[in-house]
Design a protein around this ligand. Structure first.
Ligand code: NOJ
Length: 594
């Protein structure tokens, strides 16, 4: 039965329909019960170790630093920590270039520190999810060092090589290279090797069963140590057409919507590898797995996460975070991005998992600008309100929320003024490319302040108002945001209305109300350009979430009255909206319908 909420006018009718929709829900549940899992109920908190807390005064965050903050992490109420890569690495791409999968990066500490961290987390009931980066390794990994020595080296087929006598290989993009090429010529064996990212990150050859077994045994080794899951870096890229055919832009547009990431991800063996990985590793433990879904589309998502296929648990898509980028520029944000489109993206993705699989929601991570700067408003007037509003969104949607460290205190973009302040390989490569091609460098720096520069989301965590924001005794590897004296964790601990304490309340609300986890999601007032409104309902319990994404008062029309209802959480002290169907700037309300 389809209920058109807009037609509801009177309370009587509302109650009647409430009864009907309640029964519809139960019927739905009977038809397709959602299997309960800890990772569906979890709130995941992502820690970027470079920038979280430095314990030894070298300006780089480390494991002992994280250990010193475990009580803080626990106090947030979250369940799972996802750690960006902490393995040994020359750090061309901040740990996404691994030179030893079973050792800890020197800057971060030792394996003993890791064991202590895991123990400390488990003691507090927290789970630890590691980053699995196996589309590529570092060029300093011993496999690659061997592989490049000779064409008949036993490790040769651990990577993708193209003999130079066959001519230049067909174009493949290398994301972090100024010339854009994903092939690099290597003199020793007169051959090119493939790297979808920087030349320091050669792609591993998943066609080789020996390589796959090495990866599975490494994964098993970490699980035996007791970790609770993996976030899988660009995992759809492991399946690729290794005959490397020429592909023209026209073919790409026709077959793959012009998206290289889809093309990378469409290798015919991808899902047999994931099924093999599940059988050899994941199925043996009660752990979670989440794909970084580069190239994952609404049409293909269930191929990864339909439980019957025995592959992965969840994936995260890029449609949300790609919204608003102006075509023809490097991640330049259109300040007039459309909320209607935003709502459509999240609603359509919710529908993907209506009957099977399970979704995720996120607005920021180490590859994105800060969520408040991008989707909210980082001006002093609206920073706090808008970050609370976005937190309300993340923690009231269906799907497991992935929440990025620093967002809980409302950190915002660093907005560096000069290229020398940037550290990120991606930004530096793009700057170099522009320089080589005579692009507008000044405009580029301006665009990075609101747009894509990943360093915006990577500045050190602002713990307090002391030097370097209490992150480190030494000058940090990346400058601290200048606003740390007023925007920091210590100050917010003291204020019951702070962004931080709002986050804690919101986490608690989600944990105490299964309707926010498993409840059906329905978009309301779909075409409202300023307000995102939706219902969540389960077992007769119905929550309405109202979010104003604009800096002015915004009316809304959800088709029925909320007068008799109770606001259970909101980011304003006085609530206009409940009377007038108007939300104040960046207002968020969660209402329980009675
Ligand atoms: C995705 C990661 O999130 C990003 O930080 C990294 O640069 C690329 N994958 C390459 O590993």
């Amino acid at each position: 039965m389809k209920i058109e909420i807009k037609k509801i006018r009177s309370l009587g009718l509302l109650l009647f329909l409430g009864f009907l929709s309640h029964n519809t829900l139960i019927a739905q549940e009977k038809k397709m019960p959602v299997e309960k899992k800890w990772w569906k109920e979890a709130v995941v908190y992502q820690i970027y170790p470079h920038s979280f807390k430095d314990s030894d005064g070298d300006g780089v965050g480390d494991l002992k630093g994280i250990i010193s903050k475990l009580d803080y992490i626990k106090s947030l109420g979250i369940d799972v920590v996802w750690l960006n890569p902490i393995y040994d690495s020359p750090n061309a791409d901040n740990g996404y270039d691994i030179s030893d999968y079973q050792a800890i990066m020197k800057e971060f500490g030792t394996m003993q520190d890791f064991d202590a961290l895991l123990k400390g987390m488990h003691k507090r009931g927290l789970k630890l999810v590691m980053d699995l980066v196996v589309n590529h390794s570092s060029d300093e990994h011993k496999w690659f060092q061997e592989s490049r020595k000779s064409r008949d080296n036993p490790y040769r087929d651990y990577y993708h090589w193209w003999p130079a006598e066959q001519g230049k290989p067909a174009f493949r993009p290398g994301s972090f290279e100024a010339d854009g090429s994903g092939w690099r010529y290597d003199k020793t064996t007169d051959a090119y090797y493939l790297h979808y990212f920087s030349y320091k990150q050669p792609d591993l050859n998943w066609e080789n069963p020996k390589l796959r077994q090495e990866i599975y045994s490494m994964m098993n080794w970490w699980f035996k140590k007791g970790i609770d899951g993996f976030r899988m870096d660009v995992i759809p890229f492991i399946g690729k057409d290794t005959s490397f055919p020429v592909i023209t832009q026209e073919e790409l547009d026709k077959k793959y919507e012009g998206r290289w990431d889809i093309y990378f991800a469409s290798g015919k063996n991808l899902h047999s590898y994931l099924q093999e990985m599940n059988k050899e590793v994941l199925s043996k433990y009660d752990v979670m797995s989440v794909a970084e879904g580069a190239g994952m589309t609404k049409a293909t998502a269930l191929n990864f996460v339909d439980a019957d296929r025995k592959e992965l648990n969840m994936g995260y898509h890029f449609d949300g975070v790609s919204l608003g980028y102006l075509p023809g520029y490097f991640k330049k944000m259109n300040p007039k991005w459309s909320l209607v489109d935003f709502k459509k993206i999240y609603s359509d993705w919710d529908a993907v998992y209506d009957e099977k699989g399970w979704g995720t929601v996120y607005l920021g991570n180490h590859d994105q600008p800060r969520m408040t700067s991008r989707w909210g408003n980082d001006s002093p007037q609206f920073r706090e309100l808008s970050s609370k509003m976005l937190t309300t969104f993340l923690l009231s949607m269906k799907g497991t929320p992935y929440y990025y460290n620093g967002d809980e205190i409302g950190m915002v973009n660093a907005k560096f003024d000069k290229i020398e302040d940037y550290r990120d390989i991606e930004t530096l490569a793009e700057y170099q490319r522009l320089k080589n091609t005579g692009g507008d460098l000044k405009q580029f720096i301006e665009d990075q302040k609101t747009g894509g520069a990943r360093d915006n989301g990577r500045t050190p965590f602002q713990w307090d108002a002391t030097k370097n924001a209490g992150f480190s005794k030494a000058a940090p590897w990346l400058n601290v945001n200048k606003n740390y004296k007023t925007l920091n964790e210590a100050a917010q601990e003291k204020d019951p209305n702070s962004v931080l304490n709002y986050f804690r309340k919101m986490v608690k609300l989600r944990k105490n109300n299964p309707v926010l986890v498993y409840g059906k999601y329905t978009l309301l007032d779909k075409d409202n350009p300023n307000v995102y409104a939706y219902a969540r309902e389960l077992d007769g319990k119905k929550f309405i979430v109202l979010l104003n994404f604009s800096d002015t008062d915004a009316p809304y029309n959800i088709g029925f009255s909320t007068l008799k209802s109770k606001i259970i959480l909101g980011n304003y002290k006085s609530w206009k909206g409940i009377k007038a169907n108007i939300l104040q700037p960046y207002e968020a309300q969660i209402i329980e319908l009675k």
